[in-house]
Ligand binder design. Structure first.
Ligand code: NI
Ligand code: MN
Length: 228
């Protein structure tokens, strides 16, 4: 069974697995590159990597409209519950949670995580997602770190890594990340949303394909890659 992964710009991803839709870091209404409005996206579960506004953006509105459960760290889950989100699963780094679509682990990320109103947002995370017989890793906002080798040891069908630089790792470190993660497919994210993180995604994907064992892809916002 294939799992379809659609880039909605920045670090926002929609994963379609069987009849489940998993939405990551919905930043749509204020994103210059988002191909969809918050009211147009489906979600059974929403994953929030950390507290920054370019990741938490539209989560409250989408959770309210869809009734989706939000999986995030404990501190952000408390903040979302205060904002009226009914179903929150608050975990912490290393922990797995089980869902109808499969399982998700909060993985290490080297970044920061304050919420838009200044509330402490706990530790930032990435996600390891098991669904439809596939293992998908979303690094989310992070620097390069060598423990990506451990994450890769799980055997990854897909790795999604930031290439924008400045706020996260840039293209060269992201290429090294793919070498350590050893996925079958690799996609870039967190770039071209704003001028300070402009990058050539196609060129990066070509470097991935030529210099690593992975196949690199650089979908445009709104484009879907089938992972099979
Ligand atoms: Ni961030
Ligand atoms: Mn960010």
């Amino acid at each position: 069974m294939s799992v379809d992964v659609t880039w909605l710009g920045h670090n926002c991803w929609s994963i379609r697995s069987g009849n489940h839709t998993i939405l990551i870091d919905p930043f749509l209404s204020e994103s210059p590159t988002a191909p969809k409005r918050p009211e147009e996206v489906a979600a059974d579960v929403i994953l929030i990597s950390h507290g920054h506004g370019d990741h938490t953006g539209d989560v409250v509105a989408i959770a309210e409209r869809t009734g989706a459960a939000v999986v995030t760290n404990y501190e952000i889950s408390l903040w979302l519950a205060e904002k009226g989100v009914k179903k929150c699963v608050g975990g912490n780094l290393g922990g797995w949670s089980k869902h109808a679509f499969g399982d998700v682990q909060l993985t290490l990320a080297h970044h920061s995580s304050v919420l838009p109103d200044g509330t402490y947002g706990g530790n930032p995370a990435g996600f390891l997602v098991r669904t439809g017989g596939k293992q998908l890793y979303f690094a989310c906002d992070t620097a390069l770190f060598m423990d990506m080798q451990l994450i890769g040891a799980a055997g990854l069908d897909l790795a999604v890594v930031p290439i924008g630089d400045l706020y996260t790792m840039g293209p060269d470190d992201a290429l090294q990340a793919v070498k350590w993660l050893q996925p079958k497919h690799a996609l870039p994210c967190h770039y071209d949303t704003f001028p300070p993180i402009a990058q050539d995604g196609k060129a990066w994907a070509a470097r991935v394909t030529s210099a690593t064992g992975a196949k690199g892809h650089a979908p445009k916002p709104g484009e879907t890659i089938a992972i099979d």
